[in-house]
Design a binder for this molecule. Structure first.
Ligand code: CS2
Length: 494
């Protein structure tokens, strides 16, 4: 390690094996404001934009905004926004310094500066990776109007806290100033993510005034997109290793896999970078890609996380190497695949084969506990949606519902077989109040479905609860082996 930092002035002296931005960063103007400048954004959208800038585009520098903590700004500020992207596989590790993030803001410290960036007429696109829970949806999917941050933002529009508050206020200011609205590009793992954010923002704006709500409903574009790249959290060992290789310190490098995919609906009235030149697929309807990714990748990821945690595996590759878990994932895919659109040309066999390869990447050390976070926000679109569709088509979603039961069992295992805060969930306080370990499996499944809004209002709700409860009972009595045995996994006969 060294006391010199990665920065504009030290980047030229990096070893030749490290790719560096070859363009003049000073001539790049900010055209994108990104909300939620975490590791995923830095491994994905920022890398694609970096490719565009390297090809000579100058309009699309990124202003990175953290809606909560100052950690990323504090790490990258002294580095002029530069950081290393480490692409890891069994073939080794390749390093690239990304230069597309021009500046960074921390919303709680300076909401006015964030509004100024969003209102700047040069800003033509606002991208978001704020995670599922930051959309502040109530159990039925509508905006949670009672959430303290929403209540705050409605009362104090000049100093917002939420994405909705920032977007609504800046769109109102742009409209008043006569400048065109920016395009909002949601990059979170939500179904119909653009349309979902559009709906939530219109709901929010309507609580401010109906004129603003109409403006946002009619005149602001919200293309949906599907983003995909596996990004394990950076560890101190990663920091030390990368800094050693660079010869200067990088306080927050980002680890990722070789695979990278971005599919975007091509609806950018205010213009966009030529992403299609760098591997991005521009489409009219992202729905089929999104469903395939949420249900096959994210669904199996959550399965591997909860079943892996209950089986004592710390990383995805270790869990996936367990033949029983592998067999379970195949069964899960077999249940989810028939729910995907038939006529969209999806190649699910190739997709799942690629997933199996990606999950076997031993160089990633992607922690099961990382994926386990926020299950209540993730399982509806990853698991419950497929389960409801399977059931209404007359096929029992036995594998799918074991994932829900495993989530409940993993929550119950915290403070016992697992460390107390091994992973977290926005429902933790409510789950603790229920104290489900003293309830029967059926009572537990019923209460958890209600809390999380799983299958809310659906005719399938009671059957799904029964399936989840039966799995939970077996998990409680005999662990993962017992639950698998009931599915015929790990023994000859079901
Ligand atoms: C993961 C995703 O943490 C999780 O819930 O399933 O972050 C996953 O790694 C990405 O969506 C891959 O694109």
């Amino acid at each position: 390690m060294t006391d010199r930092r990665l920065s504009n002035s030290t980047r030229q002296a990096l070893p030749a094996s490290v790719a560096i931005p070859g363009y003049d960063r000073d001539s790049v103007v900010p055209g994108i404001v990104h909300l939620g400048v975490g590791a995923f954004h830095r491994a994905h959208q920022a890398a694609y934009v970096d490719d565009c800038l390297a090809a000579g585009e100058t309009d699309w520098g990124i202003v990175g905004v953290s809606l909560r903590s100052a950690d990323t700004r504090d790490a990258l500020g002294p580095q002029d926004g530069l950081y290393t992207l480490a692409v890891r596989s069994s073939d080794g590790e390749s390093l690239r310094v990304v230069g597309s993030i021009l500046s960074m803001l921390v919303a709680p410290q300076d909401p006015g500066a964030v509004l100024a960036a969003l209102t700047d007429p040069r800003t033509r696109i606002v991208t978001l990776t704020i995670t599922e829970k930051a959309y502040l949806r109530a159990a039925g999917g509508e905006l949670d109007k009672t959430h303290p941050d929403i209540v705050h933002d409605l009362a104090n529009p000049q100093i917002p806290r939420t994405a909705q508050g920032f977007l609504a206020e800046s769109l109102a200011r742009r409209r008043a100033a006569g400048s065109h609205p920016f395009t909002v590009l949601c990059c979170d793992n939500l179904p119909a993510n653009g349309a979902t954010l559009h709906r939530l923002l219109v709901e929010f704006a309507a609580l401010r005034n109906s004129d603003l709500a109409r403006h946002i409903a009619d005149e602001v574009a919200f293309p949906s997109s599907m983003v995909d790249r596996i990004v394990p959290a950076t560890t101190d060992a990663d920091r030390a290793r990368i800094s050693g290789q660079l010869g200067v310190e990088d306080a927050w490098p980002v680890m990722t896999e070789p695979f990278c995919q971005w599919v975007i609906e091509d609806d950018f009235p205010a213009g966009r970078p030529a992403w299609e030149k760098f591997g991005v697929t521009m489409v009219g309807d992202v729905g089929p890609f999104e469903d395939m990714k949420l249900r096959l990748l994210n669904g199996s990821h959550s399965a591997i996380a909860y079943l892996g945690l209950l089986s004592g595996y710390e990383t995805v590759d270790r869990a996936f190497a367990d033949p029983a878990i592998r067999q379970f994932v195949d069964g899960l895919w077999a249940e989810a695949i028939p729910t995907l659109p038939k006529d969209a040309g999806l190649d699910t066999a190739d997709y799942t084969a690629q997933l199996a390869k990606r999950y076997s990447n031993t160089a990633l050390a992607h922690r099961t506990a990382q994926i386990a976070n926020d299950g209540s926000q993730k399982l509806p679109q990853r698991i419950v949606a497929s389960a409801m569709e399977r059931l209404s088509a007359g096929a029992p979603p036995a594998y799918l519902m074991l994932v829900v039961a495993a989530w409940i069992a993993a929550c119950e295992a915290r403070g016992e077989a697992l460390p107390e805060h091994h992973f977290t969930d926005p429902l933790d306080a409510a789950l603790a109040a229920l104290d489900t370990r003293h309830l029967s499996a059926k009572e537990t499944a019923t209460a958890v479905f209600d809390l999380a809004g799983f299958a809310k209002g659906g005719a399938e709700r009671l059957t799904l609860i029964d399936l989840a409860a039966a799995h939970l009972e077996r998990l409680r009595q005999g662990g993962v082996a017992a639950a698998f045995a009931a599915l015929g996994i790990g023994n000859e006969k079901p």
